[in-house]
Design a protein around this ligand. Structure first.
Ligand code: ADP
Ligand code: MG
Length: 414
């Protein structure tokens, strides 16, 4: 499968650019628990998944950046001396933004042709945007003769998405795409921007459902929620000096300032504070192999998002309920909300029938078509392969994320 994908991508790069170079990959992610905690410096528990974005890079002699995606039209190009989001199609702002952020940080890039392809659904909540950024960050860096540590790459890519593509994202997506480890989730502290690995028991199976409901880009509810949490944090800070963000608050503190908060602000704060506690409890339970407890905490998280944060939608509540009715230990909406994805945790149950039954029942009840994506915890961003040419001999080495490698040879004029 990966061999075929690799061969196809290399052939496309030859066809379009006349040559191929290195191939770099970055995974999507799913957040097991911890939503709307990141921008209040709290905790999240995501994992990198085995669906990813690949980027082939070919060096150019000039300062042009050419961007081609096999998943989206149109192709784009810009000079590295003048990278302007207004002159680029929407999708190209993510990779061009990474080049912009690198140049802003003082790194000199060489011109490159980039060819992009993904196995992630776009806009479904599995973070295809961060995967695109990280795969391109690797391509841009290796193509220009340097590499940065994963944390720095994550921060640069976040800056690209926030300041260049204009999406006010937290650090989670880029961080997990950069640091993912096969077989583990990452407990990320969004204040210190550090993580601990939490092994995922092999008995656990995860299924992500794309609900078929998309949040509109112009949706004002996400920024509105952020403002409500910020206002609640400001009120708490005035009363309790030790509170810098909601990360430092307790439910008792929220209750103590209730009179100064609107009912909505109280509920938003209650979600964030209780969600942080659930994330820490879930990390402990996961490390202990207690999947039943993890499932309960996921269910509680959904309830809190539905009732207090009000970022779910009735069809998504149904999808979550159907997952539980069909045997999931836990299920919850995951991601920014108001559409998007649901994650379900299974143990000791075949995935395929579960996924099919849930999708069929969901369609019957809501008329919506969900897509089920079984996912496994996978490795973070890195090189997939190199293509090297020496004395007319072209060597292609493919390193699969699971550690296997595969090499092919041919002569230049074959
Ligand atoms: P998510 O990150 O959950 O998939 P986003 O809305 O944050 O959703 O990002 C999706 C956007 O990222 C797409 O609409 C597109 O602009 C860009 N994108 C992601 N992957 C690709 C790709 N392989 N090719 C072109 N554009 C992509
Ligand atoms: Mg995204």
């Amino acid at each position: 499968m990966d061999e075929q994908r690799f061969a196809h991508l290399i052939a496309e790069a030859h066809r379009r650019f006349g040559q191929a170079g290195g191939v770099y990959r970055a995974p999507g992610r799913v957040n097991l628990i911890g939503d709307h905690t990141d921008y209040q410096e709290g905790f999240v528990l995501p994992l990198a998944v085995d669906r990813d974005t690949w980027c082939v890079a070919r060096q150019r002699p000039d300062r042009l950046l050419r961007l081609v995606s096999l998943d989206l039209e149109p192709e784009a190009s810009c000079s590295l001396d003048h990278i302007d989001p207004a002159a680029l199609p929407g999708w190209a702002r993510y990779p061009a933004g990474v080049a912009w952020a690198l140049e802003q940080a003082g790194y000199r890039l060489s011109g490159l042709d980039l060819l992009i392809q993904t196995t992630l659904p776009l806009g479904a909540g599995l973070s295809s945007s961060a995967a695109l950024e990280l795969a391109c960050a690797f391509a841009l860096e290796w193509g220009s003769g340097f590499t940065l540590p994963p944390r720095e790459n994550a921060l640069l890519c976040q800056r690209a998405e926030q300041q260049f593509a204009g999406v006010p994202c937290g650090i989670m997506d880029q961080y997990v795409a950069a640091h993912g480890v096969a077989g583990a989730a990452l407990l990320i502290d969004c204040r210190t921007i550090e993580h601990q690995l939490v092994p995922i028991p092999t008995a656990a199976t995860l299924v992500v459902f794309d609900s078929g409901l998309r949040r509109q880009l112009a949706d004002s509810r996400y920024p509105e929620r952020r403002r409500e949490t910020e206002r609640a944090a400001a009120v708490l800070r005035a009363q309790f000096p030790e509170v810098r963000t909601l990360r430092d608050a307790t439910l008792e503190m929220v209750a103590a300032v209730a009179a100064q908060l609107s009912p909505a602000e109280q509920r938003r704060a209650r979600h964030v504070v209780s969600e942080n506690a659930r994330v820490l409890a879930a990390a402990t339970a996961l490390a202990a192999g207690d999947l039943t407890r993890v499932g309960i905490l996921m269910n509680e998280s959904h309830e809190s998002l539905r009732r207090d944060f009000e970022s779910s939608l009735p069809p998504i509540d149904r999808l979550v309920a159907l997952c539980r009715e069909h045997g999931a230990l836990g299920a919850r909406i995951t991601g920014g909300g108001f559409g998007g994805a649901v994650v379900a945790l299974l143990a000791g149950q075949p995935t395929q029938p579960f996924a099919e039954q849930v999708v069929a029942a969901y369609q019957q009840e809501t008329g919506l078509v969900a897509t089920a994506l079984p996912v496994r915890p996978a490795a973070g961003a890195g090189p997939v392969a190199r293509e090297e040419r020496r004395h007319g001999l072209v060597t292609r080495t493919l390193r699969l994320p699971d550690g296997r490698s595969w090499t092919a040879y041919r002569f230049e004029d074959d």
